[in-house]
Design a protein around this ligand. Structure first.
Ligand SMILES: [Zn+2]
Length: 366
């Protein structure tokens, strides 16, 4: 089965976490053990290029992730030293570095940037069924998680020309353009200009991480294509990080696809980061299936949900589904959905079809 993963922070792992993702997952873990690198998610990663290939994850969206450090952001997020910058020039430079990382891997034949419809079609065909000929690169669409690296709305066009196709204005806390996760509030003064410029050049809006008020305002101002790259259901896990049923229905009416996220605290209620354990809570892929099913029930079909695993988003096996050792375990989800009565066509739509259809519609022709 071909999988399309709509949210991976590959460059952040490659640069900020200094991981050689061309190694097997086990080898990266061993390397971090050998070097004595400690911290959350260390020696517990689940993503690498060989694992993606083995799991059939031939297509996906890779992020540029570099953000401002904000004195007024939620305490606890300030302690992470990496990828938080004192000014936008710093965030910009880091994100350009992430871009250069992807370009270097393209030179090596590991990745290939997808910027338009034909490139997507070509790689989707090459990866049909989840297996490609040796040497076929993994295809990725470029997105930005938190728009702090865009130093001014006028710079959106330059980013478009560098290959960026999706922008999520916010991340955790308050950013330049919008209130994000764990902060109540709307767009910041430059937010509307950013959205208008995104619309003008053809950029897709990712609503993931927008605070509720910012979500409302962005959906009002931005009349172009929207998606939610890595986002679960608040009806199942009550926290502002998740989408309400009303938000899900509004996204569905706009033709959006929502990517199910695999981070434990977004999968089950009452997960306490740093305290809860996979063993004690039993968090597993069946909980991912619960969120997928909730969106399908609201939609009345299987056309608006896909995967946005976020499996390399700052956590590892200590905070993910217990039945995922590496991302190559994704096919286990197929069995769970089949046991719940999902047809082969529905499962294919969720695994890759919905995202491919969405991007075939909204990527530019050339
Ligand atoms: Zn995220």
């Amino acid at each position: 089965m071909l999988f399309f993963d709509a949210h991976l922070d590959l460059a952040w792992n490659g640069i900020d976490w200094n991981r050689d993702l061309k190694l097997e997952v086990e080898a990266i873990r061993q390397r971090e053990l050998d070097l004595g690198i400690q911290g959350k998610g260390r020696a517990a990663n689940t993503v690498s290029y060989p694992a993606l290939r083995r799991g059939g994850v031939g297509l996906g969206v890779a992020t540029l992730l570099a953000r401002l450090h904000r004195a007024d952001q939620k305490p606890g997020f300030q302690s992470k030293g990496f990828n938080r910058y004192e000014d936008m020039a710093g965030a910009h430079g880091c994100a350009r570095g992430h871009l250069a990382y992807y370009e270097a891997l393209q030179e090596e034949g590991v990745l290939r940037l997808i910027t338009h419809k034909a490139a997507l079609k070509e790689l989707a065909t090459a990866w049909q069924g989840g297996q490609a000929l040796p040497g076929t690169p993994l295809g990725y669409i470029l997105s930005m998680e938190g728009a702090d690296p865009i130093v001014h709305p006028r710079q959106v066009e330059a980013w478009w020309n560098w290959g960026l196709r999706v922008v999520g204005p916010a991340h955790y806390g308050i950013s330049t353009y919008a209130h994000g996760t764990a902060t109540p509030g709307g767009l910041m003064p430059l937010g509307p200009d950013l959205l208008r410029e995104m619309r003008r050049v053809g950029m897709i809006l990712d609503v993931t991480h927008l605070a509720d008020q910012a979500f409302d305002e962005a959906m009002e101002i931005f009349d172009g294509p929207v998606l939610a790259s890595h986002h679960n259901c608040r009806a199942l896990v009550p926290d502002q990080r998740q989408l309400t049923d009303d938000q899900i229905l509004r996204l569905i009416r706009r033709g959006a696809v929502i990517g199910a996220a695999f981070d434990a605290w977004m999968l089950i209620p009452n997960w306490v980061r740093g305290q809860s354990t996979v063993e004690q809570t039993g968090v597993a892929l069946r909980h991912v299936a619960d969120h997928i099913d909730h969106i399908c029930q609201l939609a009345g079909n299987c056309n608006h949900v896909g995967l946005g695993t976020d499996l390399d988003g700052g956590f590892g096996t200590e905070q993910g589904p217990g039945d995922i050792d590496t991302i190559a375990d994704l096919p286990k989800l197929i069995t769970i959905l089949r046991d719940r009565g999902y047809s082969q066509a529905d499962i294919e739509a969720i695994a890759h079809g919905n995202w491919i259809r969405y991007y075939e519609e909204y990527l530019p022709d050339a």
